[in-house]
Each structure stands twice: as C-alpha cells, then as structure tokens.
Design a protein around this ligand. Structure first.
Ligand SMILES: *[C@@H]1O[C@H](CO)[C@@H](O)[C@H](O)[C@H]1NC(C)=O
Ligand SMILES: *[C@@H]1O[C@H](CO)[C@@H](O)[C@H](O)[C@H]1NC(C)=O
Ligand SMILES: *[C@@H]1O[C@H](CO)[C@@H](O)[C@H](O)[C@H]1NC(C)=O
Ligand SMILES: *[C@@H]1O[C@H](CO)[C@@H](O)[C@H](O)[C@H]1NC(C)=O
Ligand SMILES: *[C@@H]1O[C@H](CO)[C@@H](O)[C@H](O)[C@H]1NC(C)=O
Ligand SMILES: *[C@@H]1O[C@H](CO)[C@@H](O)[C@H](O)[C@H]1NC(C)=O
Ligand SMILES: *[C@@H]1O[C@H](CO)[C@@H](O)[C@H](O)[C@H]1NC(C)=O
Ligand SMILES: *[C@@H]1O[C@H](CO)[C@@H](O)[C@H](O)[C@H]1NC(C)=O
Ligand SMILES: *[C@@H]1O[C@H](CO)[C@@H](O)[C@H](O)[C@H]1NC(C)=O
Ligand SMILES: *[C@@H]1O[C@H](CO)[C@@H](O)[C@H](O)[C@H]1NC(C)=O
Ligand SMILES: *[C@@H]1O[C@H](CO)[C@@H](O)[C@H](O)[C@H]1NC(C)=O
Ligand SMILES: *[C@@H]1O[C@H](CO)[C@@H](O)[C@H](O)[C@H]1NC(C)=O
Length: 685
C-alpha cells in the first residue's frame, strides 16, 4: 500500500532522521498529566518539536510550563484544545511532522519564513480542522500528491505554499472536497505540467489563485481534457470560479491562446499571464465579459492582432500591460473610454498609425504611458498634455516627428521622458520647453534633431532635477555648452530630496527581469553626448559633475587635452572619450577613480604613458587603440625611460573589495540600466 504523503520518499527518509524518540520521552517526563491541554496534544506538539533540527529556542520555552496552551506560538480554545500554531520567522529548521494533523482543533497553522525542509505532510491538507495553512518562504520540496478523493469535505480555505521548492504536477482532484476554498498561493516554486483549474468543483467562494514564477507549461485545460480523472462527468474549469477575483500565472512557460473558458470567470479583477508563451489574438467578444477587470498584464508573450474596439467597455480598467508582444494595427479610439486608466504599457509591439487616435484628455488619471518600440507616426497628440499626473512618458523608437509643443510644460509631474529614436526637430525649442519641468529626472532624446546646432547656454539652464541626460546620435554641431555642466543634480551627491516610491509606476528597464529601477533615487547619474559633431575642448567645468556615474563623449570632433579635473569625478564607472581628436597625456590621477570599470580613449591622438596600476591594468588594450603615441607595457609601443609611467599604487584588501564591487555593479549597470540606451546600441550600434 502506498502511503499518502505530499513529500517524496527521499525527503521522508531525511526527515525521519530528526525524529528522536529518546528526546520526546525526555521532554514528556517534564510534563504533568493534568492540565487544560491534553496529553495527546502535548505529545503531538513535542513530536513536531523533535522533528526540528533547529528550534529557535522553542524547546526551552516549551519546557517552562506543563500547560501547552501557555507555550510560545500556541493558542488554545476555551476547551483547552490547540487551535492555532503560529511560528512564523522563528529560524526553524528540519521537517514538519505529520503529528500536527493529530491536533483535532487546529484551525490555523503558520510556519512561514523559516528554513523548514522536506515535504509537506499530506495529512495537514486533509485534516478536518485546518482552515488556514501558511508554510510560505521555506525550503519545502518534493511533490504534492493528490489526496484521497473519497474522504469527507475539508474546511481548508487558505493555502500558502509560495516561495518553496515544490516540484511536479499540481494536484487537481484534491480540491474536489474543499467547499470553502478561498485562496491558494503556490507562486515561486517549480511546479510543472498543466495549470490546475479544478478549484471550483465544490467551492463557490474561491477568489484568489497565484501560480506565478513556476514552470507550468500547459494552458488551462478545458474541462473535457480532464474527463478521465473525473469518472465520466465533465468537470468545471476555471470558468466556473464565479467568485475568482485574482488570477496570477505570470512567469511560467504557458503557450497557446487564452482559452475561452477563462472568460466565464466574470468576477476577475486582476489577470496576469505575463512572460509566458501565449499566442493568438485577443478576442474582442470575449474580453468584455471580464468587465470587472482592473489590472491586466499579458506582457512578454507572443500575442498578435489588434487591440479590439470593445476594450472601451472595460470601464474599471486601471492598468493595461501588453508590452513585448506582436500586436499590430492602430490603437482603437475606444481606449480613451477606459477612463480609469492609470498605466498603459504597449511598448515593443508592431503598432502603427497615430497616437492621436486616442483622446487622452478623457484619461485624467494617467501616470505612465509607454508606446516605445513600435511604428507610431504623426506628432505627439496635444491631448496627452492634459494628463497632468503623468510621470512617465516613453515614446522612443517610433516614427513620431515635429516640434515639441509648449503645452508639454503642463506635465508638471513628468519624471521620465524618452523621445529617443524618432524624428523630432528643433532641439533648442525642446530644451527650452523642458528645462522648467522641475520633476524631470531622466531625459532621453537621442537620434532626433539631425544636423541641428547644439543650443546655447540660455536654452539649457534649469533642469533642476536632471540625473540622466542622453542627446546622443543627433549629429549636433557646436561646442559643449557650459550650462550642461551646471545641472544641480549632476553636480552634487545629494539624491533628490524626495523618495517617492510611486515615481516609476512600472519598471522602466523591463528589458532585464533581474535588475530594475523602480525609484528615481536608484538611477545612476549619466550624461551621453556621444555620436554628434561637437567641436572644441571638453570644458574644464566637467569636473564639477561630481555625481556622474557615466560620461560618454565618444564619436565627436572634440580636441584639446583631457581636463585634469575629470579626475574629480570620483563616482565614475563609465568614461568613454573614444573617437575624438584629443591630444596630450591621459591624466595619471585617473587611477584614483576607484569605481571606473569601463574606460575608452581609443582613436584619439593621445601620447605618453598609459597610467599603471589599479583597475587600469584591467582595461583591455582596445581601450587605448588608435593612439600611436601612447605607450605602455601592454601596448605595441613600450615606454622608454623618458616616458616612464608613474609608479603604481599598492593594492590593499579594502581597495580590492571596492574594485570587485565596482565590477559587479558595472555588470549590472551595463545589463539593467538605460534600457533605451542599451537596446539602441543593439539595434543601431
Ligand atoms: C503568517 O505569518 C506571517 C508573519 O507574521 C504573516 O505575514 C502572514 O500573513 C501569516 N499568514 C497568514 C495566512 O495569516
Ligand atoms: C480513501 O479514504 C477512504 C475513506 O477514508 C478509505 O476507505 C480508502 O482506503 C482510502 N483510499 C486510499 C487509496 O487511501
Ligand atoms: C500567504 O497567503 C495568504 C493568502 O493570500 C496571506 O493571507 C498570507 O499573508 C500569506 N503569507 C505570507 C507570509 O505572506
Ligand atoms: C504569493 O506569495 C508571494 C511570495 O511568495 C507574494 O510575492 C505574492 O504577492 C503572493 N500573491 C498574492 C496574490 O498575494
Ligand atoms: C522566491 O523564493 C525564494 C526562496 O524562498 C526567495 O528568496 C525569493 O524572495 C522568492 N521570490 C519572491 C518574488 O517572492
Ligand atoms: C460550470 O459551468 C457550467 C457552464 O456555465 C455549468 O453548466 C455548470 O453547472 C457549472 N458547474 C458547477 C459545478 O458549477
Ligand atoms: C517551454 O515550452 C516549450 C514548448 O512550448 C519548450 O520547447 C521549452 O523547452 C519550454 N521551456 C522551458 C524552460 O521549460
Ligand atoms: C516599422 O516599419 C518598418 C517599415 O515599414 C519595418 O521595417 C519595421 O520592421 C517596423 N518596425 C516595427 C517595430 O514594427
Ligand atoms: C492627480 O494625483 C493627485 C494625487 O494623487 C490626485 O489627488 C488628483 O486627483 C490627480 N488628478 C487627476 C486629474 O487625476
Ligand atoms: C514633484 O515630485 C514630488 C515628489 O514626488 C511631488 O511631491 C510633487 O508634487 C511633484 N511636483 C509636481 C508638480 O507634480
Ligand atoms: C524625418 O524627417 C525628415 C524631414 O522632415 C524626413 O526627410 C525624413 O524622411 C524623416 N525620417 C523618418 C525616419 O521619418
Ligand atoms: C525653434 O524653436 C524656436 C523657439 O521656439 C523658434 O524661435 C525657432 O523659430 C524654431 N526653429 C525652427 C527651425 O522652427
């Protein structure tokens, strides 16, 4: 006979190692037989304790009294029976003993945030008492086996097994006998196979299902597909969950279209299948059945076709995330009827036509708009400028043209603005309009304004909060205006005097799931003027921008020497001065820029020795190529005694730690930061 268990045989053996009958006997001898909690309940608790290899001081506490109702973490009912066991965040290690299922009045078991391992005893799911079971944030593993379906109804309402190491298929018949089931969170495990859908066979109150961050690969099966498991009857699928409000299944590997059955779950408010392999189109007749939708995230799939006109009927919709799909066609005007919209993210699709299809003045709550990486044409619709709460506007990589309207000055809350890779004109006008937007923190405008003149100082003063400015690839001519070195936030180490977590309503750098900037304070300060036709010398005042993390002046016509004051930029991680006409020596004090992890002065006319020591020994020789007068032991041209480099600096442990940090951070910087910038190099670089 196969024992019913929700853990694998392997882990079972592992668990039993901690079960020490001698210890149980020892503990039992301290306990008197008469008290409000029964001897049997004490015994069950002590067996649980004995299963722990690390009890976080529980044994000591549990020995202090003979009445287990007074023990830490235990709550008893009036009759002295144990009703709750609350031992979250106790540093518990070892196994969860099935003996807890013998506590016949236990209704609430919370063992979250420990380091428990092994399986989850199936007896705990099938008790006739447990209503809330939370074992989230542990290291439980193995499979969850189906429970015996011929047993009586179970009272379980809430099951939280999220953030563990469970594997295998998710049970389906188990839920047949749970008529009170309300919420299941199984996210952040390694479940495979079909997404389960049978929660509402007997429960009409099932409201919340979180299956995200697993390895589910099958779509929600049609009821019919499960016929075999249900001895002939056609079981209801997720569509029968008439009370389901939240369904999260993002970050799995689910393919195929969203099945029709799902659209019968008309109470759904929150729906996420982000980052899967969903295909097919959005059915306009079906989507409107989910008229309670508030939040939709279908981003990072392979959904194609148009956004249906009927979307305007989703009156409660606040967030629409559809980025990184194959959506095409024009935006339906009806999108402007979803008057509660706060976030629209349609970036990285194949949309065409004009943004002006939508009347944005009907959407006063808008905080974030991302239309980047599409084929939108026309100008920025004036109606956008009435969305006075807009904090993020991303229009990069489209075919939008024209001058920025002065009405963009109405967007007083705007924090992040990217219009890069379009066909905007009149940079003088653009900077003049934007400089007074006090909250503007990141401004990306590269690859526009072709062949215009770099504006003069009076167009640029202002920009009180700018921390990232990119005006690269514009073929701008003129000199580097001194006003660019006056930007207050680039001059000082002080971070913005606000730390509003709402600033970025969704990750700006969605290109990398691993590293995202959600708050402005985390934004690395950068200035990119690369790929223009700038002339003259690098202004001395560049040394004032002490907060800069990245400075790119490459591919210009700059001449003169590298200002010594560049060595003041102690936070620099990236310095790219390549492809200019710079002369003179590389300032040797650059070796003191301890965070510098990317350095490029190739293809200039520099001379003399390459500084030696510290991270300079980690830069590849390509960083110095195309400067025939440079010398270094690393280069073809070795230094003679007259050119000899200054002596190197002694490495200290502390210093090496810093370098390691800098390199580690530099990597994340390169991957995660400046999505617009990085991606553009990929496509255009
Ligand atoms: C379990 O305890 C943790 C930590 O106190 C708490 O955050 C969580 O909400 C509890 N679970 C339930 C289901 O109440
Ligand atoms: C299922 O439970 C019923 C009643 O509790 C029992 O008679 C039967 O043997 C169980 N079946 C299995 C496979 O454990
Ligand atoms: C587990 O999920 C339940 C139901 O959503 C929730 O009440 C509980 O707080 C969660 N536990 C933790 C530790 O977050
Ligand atoms: C499920 O649990 C994870 C943590 O494991 C948490 O991040 C997530 O918010 C929970 N889902 C819901 C719907 O509460
Ligand atoms: C996923 O689980 C791991 C291990 O318990 C935990 O460290 C991590 O924070 C969890 N992730 C989320 C998103 O909850
Ligand atoms: C499931 O939904 C179908 C179609 O709406 C309905 O005929 C059936 O009675 C439902 N089943 C249950 C158990 O609610
Ligand atoms: C995802 O599913 C596809 C088939 O739909 C399969 O080829 C691929 O290996 C799966 N990826 C993972 C990581 O499981
Ligand atoms: C935009 O249109 C051009 C030409 O019609 C096409 O080559 C390009 O692939 C389109 N880009 C996107 C993102 O759809
Ligand atoms: C803008 O945001 C503020 C604060 O969140 C809010 O009070 C105000 O109603 C919003 N304005 C509009 C037009 O939605
Ligand atoms: C600028 O940002 C701060 C902090 O988020 C906020 O309090 C302030 O209202 C914003 N200014 C405008 C005009 O939105
Ligand atoms: C940009 O605008 C110029 C002048 O209006 C035009 O000649 C050019 O074709 C446009 N480029 C694109 C990519 O639309
Ligand atoms: C650019 O904008 C400025 C300021 O609005 C204006 O004076 C100038 O005429 C514009 N230049 C062109 C070529 O449109």
């Amino acid at each position: 006979m196969k024992p019913q268990s929700w853990r694998s045989n392997k882990t079972r053996r592992f668990c039993i190692n901690f079960f020490d009958p001698a210890l149980v006997l020892l503990l039992l001898t301290f306990i008197s037989p008469v008290d409000s909690c029964t001897k049997q309940e004490r015994h069950s608790l002590l067996r649980f304790l004995a299963g722990l290899s690390q009890d976080g001081g529980l044994a000591v506490s549990w020995q202090n009294s003979q009445n287990c109702c007074t023990w830490e973490g235990i709550i008893c009912g009036e009759d002295g029976a144990v009703t709750e066991l609350l031992l979250a965040s106790r540093g518990l290690q070892g196994c969860i003993s099935s003996s807890l299922s013998e506590l016949t009045s236990l209704s609430r078991l919370n063992l979250s945030y420990n380091l428990l391992s092994g399986g989850l005893p199936s007896e705990l799911i099938s008790t006739s008492s447990i209503v809330v079971l939370d074992v989230s944030f542990n290291r439980l593993d193995g499979e969850l086996h189906e429970l015996n379906s011929s047993s009586p109804d179970r009272p379980l309402q809430v099951l939280n097994i999220s953030s563990n190491l469970f594997t295998g298929a998710f049970p389906s018949t188990t839920w047949e006998k749970m008529s009170n089931l309300f919420a299941i969170n199984a996210s952040n495990n390694s479940f495979t196979g079909y997404i389960p859908s049978t929660f509402c066979i007997s429960s009409s109150s099932f409201a919340m299902l979180d299956l995200s961050y697993n390895q589910f690969s099958g779509n929600i099966p049609h009821g019919i597909a499960l016929r075999n498991q249900f001895s002939g009857s056609i079981p209801p699928g997720i569509g029968n969950c008439s009370a389901l409000r939240m369904l999260k299944a993002g970050n799995n590997n689910i393919s195929g279209p969203l099945l029709d059955d799902l659209f019968r779950a008309t109470s759904l408010e929150y729906l996420s299948f982000a980052n899967n392999g969903l295909q097919g189109t959005i059915n306009g007749a079906l989507i409107i059945k989910l008229r309670n939708l508030v939040f939709v995230d279908l981003g990072w799939n392979r959904i194609s076709g148009k956004i249906p006109n009927s979307i305007g009927q989703l009156k409660r919709l606040e967030e629409l995330h559809m980025s990184s799909n194959n959506l095409s066609g024009e935006l339906p005007a009806s999108l402007g009827e979803c008057t509660n919209l706060v976030i629209i993210n349609l970036g990285t699709n194949k949309f065409t036509g004009e943004l002006a299809n939508v009347n944005f003045s009907n959407l006063p709550n808008l905080k974030a708009l991302d239309f980047s990486w599409n084929n939108f044409t026309g100008t920025i619709p004036e109606s956008i400028y009435s969305c006075s709460n807009l904090t993020l506007l991303r229009l990069s990589a489209n075919r939008i043209h024209g001058q920025l309207s002065k009405n963009i000055g109405n967007l007083k809350s705007i924090t992040f603005l990217s219009i890069s890779y379009n066909n905007f004109t009149n940079i003088t006008n653009t900077l003049h309009i934007l400089k007074s937007l006090r909250n503007l923190t990141v401004l990306f405008m590269g690859s526009n304004f072709k062949n215009e003149a770099m504006p003069q100082d009076e167009a640029i003063d202002g920009f009180e909060n700018i921390q990232g400015l990119a005006i690269e690839r514009c073929a701008l001519y003129g000199e580097i205006p001194a006003a660019l070195t006056e930007m207050p936030m680039l001059k000082s180490d002080k971070i913005a005097d606000y730390t509003d977590p709402r600033l970025f309503q969704f990750p700006v750098y969605v290109g990398c799931m691993c590293f995202q900037y959600r708050t402005i304070t985390a934004f690395p300060k950068m200035l990119n003027l690369g790929n223009n036709k700038l002339t003259g010398a690098i202004p001395m005042e560049i040394g004032e921008l002490k907060a800069l993390v990245s400075l790119n002046l490459s591919f210009n016509n700059l001449n003169g020497e590298i200002p010594q004051l560049v060595t003041n930029l102690r936070n620099l991680m990236v310095l790219d001065l390549s492809y200019n006409h710079l002369t003179g020596a590389i300032p040797s004090a650059l070796v003191n820029l301890h965070f510098l992890s990317e350095f490029n002065v190739s293809y200039n006319d520099l001379k003399g020795p390459v500084p030696i020591g510290d991270q300079f020994s980690t830069f590849p020789s390509s960083s110095f190529a195309g400067n025939p007068k440079l010398c270094s032991p690393m280069l073809v041209h070795h230094c003679n005694s007259a050119e000899a480099a200054p002596t190197s600096i002694i490495f200290t442990k502390q210093y090496i730690d810093k370098v390691v940090f800098a390199i580690a951070f530099g990597v994340s910087f390169g991957v995660g930061v400046l999505y617009d910038q990085i991606i553009m190099y990929k496509y255009f670089g």
